[in-house]
Write a protein that binds this ligand. Structure first.
Ligand SMILES: NC(=O)c1ccc[n+]([C@@H]2O[C@H](COP(=O)([O-])OP(=O)(O)OC[C@H]3O[C@@H](n4cnc5c(N)ncnc54)[C@H](O)[C@@H]3O)[C@@H](O)[C@H]2O)c1
Ligand SMILES: O=c1ccn([C@@H]2O[C@H](COP(=O)(O)OP(=O)(O)O[C@H]3O[C@H](CO)[C@@H](O)[C@H](O)[C@H]3O)[C@@H](O)[C@H]2O)c(=O)[nH]1
Length: 441
């Protein structure tokens, strides 16, 4: 099939590449000429394990190409995926300007039938707005051309995007059109594995499903984070509690890890946008209000622990920080807890020596040559003469650490572990003051 991806970001690039991988012809359009130039020259603009090879393979096979030419892109695909960003507006609602721009461009350049698929995360009712925008644009050209609009939200996780796309738990399709259903059934047939993954429903339910999934996962995390703080006070261990409840299949093990808060480009903005929709429709989601408040506090939890240990005056102190990305296997720092933590430490007069395996260029882009930030070439270099280490992202490389060497480098053997990487008893034996989340220090 011939497919156009509008937006070649995380979702557009992964979707386009995976669709090419199973034999489709894919053209990815982006308004960012630098992104397209990078892709055209064989590079990829994001860090996503496995993606670069897959892009290269499909470009070489002639199934994948990139363009900034809007007319050519719209004319190319029988299916037009809209995968542009939907960042939060000032009031927390999803900003739909890019989605509606894409819709206008489709209306401006289409000459025959198109199936338009909203892949971006968009509030309920957006497919109707996309349909109306295309219809108005066509009318302004004096044309009547047949088209359908369907919703097909994406559930991939950064860092595991290719596997999530190639082997999805489910593929949600929202449409009331038989033609759209048949086309998307054919398109997604190679991703079904042994049993049916397609869940077909009305458009509004599909749009809400995406927000419901992210809100449910964010709720589990905030619940565990608050429970962790209680466990600390009660002398209990949140890791034991996690294993104890996760074994109940009604609860399950996934997304129950207490830590220093959820970040990323999705949970924070989608929780905010759903709360905003709920308020607008007079059906407030009080639970989600609490989820967000709890998460904001959790992003500061290491700072609070550090203040209890060192006081609030940190002039002259230096702290090592391991992990800048909002989670492992990505260079994405959107809404990352590391940012809240570094900014709080700077405000109290401290300097930070940080290390991350892939997110240091992104850190430089965000903070420039910040006078209170040193980026260390190696995790151990960050520890030299630091008053304590803060662990913020659970990169695999941090799991098996050389404790003796760490102790020798740190000014004092103190670790605030925001991801519970180590066993508290071992850390005590090794002579560390160890402050985990929800476990006994
Ligand atoms: N990142 C994720 O893990 C993820 C997962 C599932 C869903 N989503 C959702 O998917 C959507 C896209 O997210 P993303 O992370 O890929 O965003 P992104 O910022 O990485 O990419 C969006 C791209 O769209 C381009 N763009 C903007 N307007 C355009 C236009 N009119 N025509 C062509 N290109 C245009 C931008 O230049 C950018 O490259 C969002 O709604 C997001 O919530 C993201
Ligand atoms: O038990 C857990 C699991 C995750 N997190 C944190 O939650 C955040 C989000 O993690 P994750 O969901 O793995 O990353 P994303 O790439 O943001 O993916 C989420 O957001 C995407 C965009 O909507 C969806 O497509 C995915 O299904 C959804 O998992 C990160 O800060 C994690 O550190 C925890 O604190 N505890």
């Amino acid at each position: 099939m011939k497919i156009t991806l509008i937006g070649a970001g995380y979702v557009g690039l992964v979707t386009g590449t995976c669709l090419a991988e199973v034999g489709n012809n894919v053209l990815c359009l982006d308004v960012d000429p630098h992104k397209i130039a990078t892709l055209k020259s064989g590079g990829i603009p994001i860090y996503e394990p496995g993606l670069e090879d897959m892009v290269r393979r499909n470009v070489a096979a002639g199934r994948l190409d990139f363009t900034t030419d809007i007319a050519a892109a719209v004319q190319f695909g029988d299916i037009q995926f809209i995968a542009v960003g939907t960042p939060p507006d000032e009031d927390g609602s999803a900003d739909l300007q890019y989605v509606l721009d894409a819709a206008r461009n489709i209306g401006r350049h289409m000459n025959g039938f198109k199936l338009v698929v909203d892949k971006s995360t968009v509030p309920v009712g957006t497919a109707d707005r996309v349909r109306a925008t295309i219809a108005e644009t066509l009318a302004s050209r004096g044309l009547e051309v047949d088209f359908c609009v369907a919703s097909n939200p994406e559930f991939l996780k950064e860092g595991a995007a290719i596997n999530d796309f190639m082997s999805p738990d489910r593929i949600v399709i929202g449409t009331d059109s038989e033609r759209a259903t048949q086309l998307l059934r054919r398109l997604y047939a190679p991703f079904q594995r042994n049993h049916e993954r397609l869940v077909v429903m009305d458009v509004r339910s599909a749009e809400l499903t995406k927000y419901a999934a992210n809100a449910m996962l964010a709720t589990r995390i905030s619940f565990m984070n608050e429970l962790a703080l209680l466990a600390e006070k009660l002398g209990a261990d949140i890791e034991r509690v996690r294993q104890g409840i996760g074994s109940d299949p009604r609860i399950g093990y996934h997304f129950l890890y207490a830590g220093c808060g959820y970040g990323g480009s999705c949970f924070p903005k989608d929780v905010q946008a759903l709360r905003r929709t709920a308020r607008e429709y007079g059906a407030p989601l009080r639970i989600l209000d609490a989820v967000e408040t709890a998460n904001e506090a959790q992003k500061r939890i290491l700072v609070e622990k550090l203040k209890s240990r060192f006081g609030a005056q940190l002039d002259g102190r230096r702290f090592a920080l391991w992990g800048l990305a909002f989670k492992p296997n990505t260079d994405d720092m959107r809404e990352a807890p590391s940012r809240v933590i570094m900014e709080a430490l700077w405000a109290m007069g401290a300097t930070v020596a940080a290390y991350d395996p892939v997110a240091m260029p992104e850190t430089r882009r965000l903070y420039g040559e910040h006078p209170s930030l040193m980026l260390a070439p190696h995790p151990m270099d960050a520890l030299r003469d630091a008053d304590a280490l803060l662990i913020v992202t659970e990169w695999k490389a941090f799991r098996s650490a050389d404790f003796a060497a760490m102790k020798a480098l740190l000014r004092q053997p103190v670790i605030f572990d925001g991801r519970n990487l180590y066993d508290p008893a071992t850390m005590r034996r090794e002579g560390f003051e160890y402050f985990p989340i929800g476990r006994q220090a």
